[in-house]
Design a protein around this ligand. Structure first.
Ligand SMILES: [Zn+2]
Length: 85
């Protein structure tokens, strides 16, 4: 049986690409028997869905991306410098 560490890695990989059938079945079996990995998998899938939905609407950008104006970026940087000083 796969370890919990293997399962967490495979769950994440499975979001990026299709896993081979034997890996998918091994993950499913482990998740059936392991509540921690079942919860992890559920949360990762939910987070992935939320991020995908958010980005597909075009309302979110990566930090520092084009949605922030230069003025806003300067304000944030100044605020961070003030805080760190
Ligand atoms: Zn597990």
């Amino acid at each position: 049986m796969l370890s919990c560490k293997d399962v967490t890695r495979l769950v994440s990989e499975g979001l990026d690409r299709d896993l081979p059938l034997d890996r998918r079945l091994a993950v499913r079996l482990h998740v059936l028997l392991c509540g921690a990995c079942r919860a992890y998998r559920r949360q990762v899938i939910l987070l992935n869905a939320l991020v995908c939905r958010r980005f597909s609407r075009g309302s979110a950008r990566l930090p520092g991306g084009p949605s922030l104006s230069a003025e806003a970026r300067e304000r944030i940087q100044a605020s961070l410098k003030k805080r760190d000083a």
